[in-house]
Design a protein around this ligand. Structure first.
Ligand SMILES: NC(=O)C1=CN([C@@H]2O[C@H](COP(=O)(O)OP(=O)(O)OC[C@H]3O[C@@H](n4cnc5c(N)ncnc54)[C@H](O)[C@@H]3O)[C@@H](O)[C@H]2O)C=CC1
Ligand SMILES: O=C([O-])CC(=O)C(=O)O
Length: 348
């Protein structure tokens, strides 16, 4: 472990990938302009490890940690790590503006997580209001920031954010992202295990939304290609990816949902946003964004990230019959979750 951590430090000092243990994408710094990242909900189960990972990212020069409680401690703790980002903690609504001002990327893991037996939609009543008020502040204090929405139900919180920004006159569809990276992370892990291929080489797009059957992994496009997997294997992998969140919720038995893997996924996605802003070429990640690739107004698919955010929403590519069926089955649920979010802002 000592050697591992020393290699992290060396990698960070060099600003390059010094260790094969580390995802290269975390540590490549071609050029490093000043970039401020704000984490809203930074004292929570996701927020704390995400704050740590963003402090390790050399693309970040300023890290604002905001929560309704607990941020002074988290900020003091993380700030002692000897990396580039200057860390500041902000607590309570009166400090939200200061936390947001000048932000390039705002990551939102604020809100309540699931307990066993709940769906993500069961979180709507509490989290919709939290997201609405945070997005109202974003529109006021950093209207140009890229927003990475983690709070569930993502299928509704992203449309909520869009409506809030529209009302405020600041909406830019290129700058609003539902974070579905954890679905991709899971699909890659599960596929690598089943296909017996090196996990660090695996790529699997995951499209649709971020709840149950709306999560549609496209294993027919997975690389490296494996001819060893049967149709039954693909069905089982699809179901496990769709139920990945529930698997963690049940294992945690009342103590919340995925936090560590989500922090990892959130850090990967925020890093991609920063690289895009900095002009790095060919930055493509799946995300739930405003979309015209299906008849639904929001949809997750591969997105090319650039200096303005989502520069291009990529199409679905060719689907297997099983995936085509999955796509048709997910549309009614996704449509109604999107409409629920829009209605919430229009009526409140
Ligand atoms: N998009 C995804 O793939 C995933 C999303 N999630 C979602 O992320 C959210 C957070 O999960 P956890 O970190 O496990 O929950 P948590 O309860 O551990 O942390 C949430 C934090 O949000 C804070 N918070 C509440 N109201 C706030 C407000 N108005 N402003 C700022 N902060 C506020 C709380 O004080 C708490 O520190 C949940 O909605 C969960 O469902 C979780 C895992 C994966
Ligand atoms: O399942 C949950 O409630 C949290 C989540 O979105 C995930 O882990 O994918």
């Amino acid at each position: 472990m000592g050697a591992f951590l020393r290699s992290v430090e060396t990698a960070l000092r060099r600003g390059g990938a010094a260790s094969s243990h580390l995802p290269r994408r975390f540590f490549s710094v071609e050029s490093s302009p000043e970039r401020k990242v704000a984490v809203l909900g930074a004292a929570g189960g996701i927020g704390q490890p995400l704050a740590l990972l963003m402090k390790l990212n050399p693309l970040v020069s300023s890290l604002a940690l905001y929560d309704i409680a607990g941020t002074p401690g988290v900020a003091a703790d993380v700030s002692h790590i000897n990396t580039r980002a200057q860390v500041a903690g902000f607590m309570g609504e009166e400090q939200l503006g200061k936390a947001l001002e000048g932000s390039d990327v705002v990551i939102i893991p604020a809100g309540v997580p699931r307990k066993p037996g709940m769906t993500r939609d069961d979180l709507f009543n509490i989290n919709a209001g939290i997201v609405k008020s945070l997005c109202t502040a974003i529109a006021k204090y950093c209207p140009n920031a890229l927003v990475n929405m983690i709070s569930n139900p993502v299928n509704s919180t992203v449309p909520i954010a869009a409506e809030v920004f529209k009302k405020a006159g600041t909406y830019d569809e290129k700058k609003l992202f539902g974070v579905t990276t954890l679905d991709v992370v899971r699909a890659k892990t599960f596929y690598a295990g089943k296909a017996k291929v090196p996990v660090e080489e695996v790529d699997v797009p995951v499209v649709g939304g971020h709840a149950g059957i709306t999560i549609l992994p496209l294993f027919s496009q997975a690389t490296p290609v494996s001819n060893a997997l049967t149709d039954e294997d693909i069905k089982a992998l699809t179901k496990r990816t769709q139920d990945g969140g529930t698997e963690v919720v049940e294992a945690k038995a009342g103590k919340g949902s995925a936090t560590l893997s989500m922090a990892y996924a959130g850090a990967i996605f925020a890093d991609a946003c920063l690289k895009g802003l900095n002009g790095a070429p060919d930055i493509v990640e799946c995300s739930f964004v405003q979309s015209s690739i299906t008849e639904l107004p929001f949809f997750a698919s591969k997105v090319r990230l650039g200096k303005n955010g989502a520069e291009e929403v990529l199409g679905l590519g060719s689907l297997s019959d099983y995936e085509k069926q999955g796509l048709e089955s997910l549309k009614p649920e996704l449509k109604s979750s999107i409409e629920k979010g829009i209605k919430f802002v229009q009526e409140n």
